[in-house]
Design a protein around this ligand. Sequence first.
Ligand SMILES: Cc1cc2nc3c(=O)[nH]c(=O)nc-3n(C[C@H](O)[C@H](O)[C@H](O)COP(=O)(O)O)c2cc1C
Ligand code: SF4
Ligand code: SF4
Length: 251
Amino acid sequence: MIVYFSGTGNSRYCAKLLADRLGDRLADSVPFIRDGIAAELFSDTPWVFVAPTYAWQLPRAFVRFLESGSFNGIREAWFLMTCGSEAGAPEGHNRALCAAKGLRYRGTLPVVMPENYIALFSAPQPEQAGQIIAAARPALEHAAALIREDRDFPPIRAGVLDRLKSGPVNALFYRFYVKDKPFTVSDACVGCGKCTRDCPLGNISLREGRPVWGGHCTHCMACICGCPAAAIEYGKISRGKPRYQCPEYPG
Ligand SMILES: Cc1cc2nc3c(=O)[nH]c(=O)nc-3n(C[C@H](O)[C@H](O)[C@H](O)COP(=O)(O)O)c2cc1C
Ligand code: SF4
Ligand code: SF4
């Protein structure tokens, strides 16, 4: 079973491609996360966990979903982490996560997809994003082939700096940067409520037709990138930047 978490669609795209190639089922972690329900899943095919990289680790919300859930049946688990450039040194944590769940860790594959983090960096324009997605294709096909052939993903070569980024820098990032206070909404907002439905954490509600953020954000960028009116900004840093959303996987 392919189990995924996604903010702006890259990881959903990759999960769907893997499901297609492996003829396997897909499970979205977001409804469990949003409703605070511990997942109870069974699979007689390998577990493949697909999620973005947040500060050189799996997203905390997805880690909590994995920690709290039960994943029964097959004990083999592969991880595919989409990223804008590099995933750092996530293997130690992913291996420990597997050990805690009684799963056999079979490796983590970082796959470069378009950058979505407009609260810090810039996202590519659609044409460039399309090229990045096309360039990711061989890595995704290779991942599917390795899983199908019951082979481990290759180990990630990580140095001291990578371990620092995935360790203490990750902790500092969540402590000091992952906040929803800087989100603002302009008069362009049409009160459609899409942002409330898109938030994987259920952190947004509408008050008098305008979104209000509830203080439990994980910076997935779904709200700001998915607003059809481009009415949301993150302080000044997101101004003028393209809003990124991955196209749906065809098929
Ligand atoms: C909060 C946050 C942190 C991120 N951290 C990293 C990172 O450490 N390394 C990296 O290469 N990309 C990083 N990115 C980029 C995303 O991992 C990448 O764009 C991913 O494919 C988005 O997946 P999604 O569309 O499924 O949400 C980050 C994005 C966000 C929103
Ligand atoms: S998605 Fe955009 S337009 Fe719709 S309610 Fe949210 S901020 Fe307003
Ligand atoms: S508030 Fe926006 S950025 Fe934060 S978790 Fe929800 S959708 Fe993602």
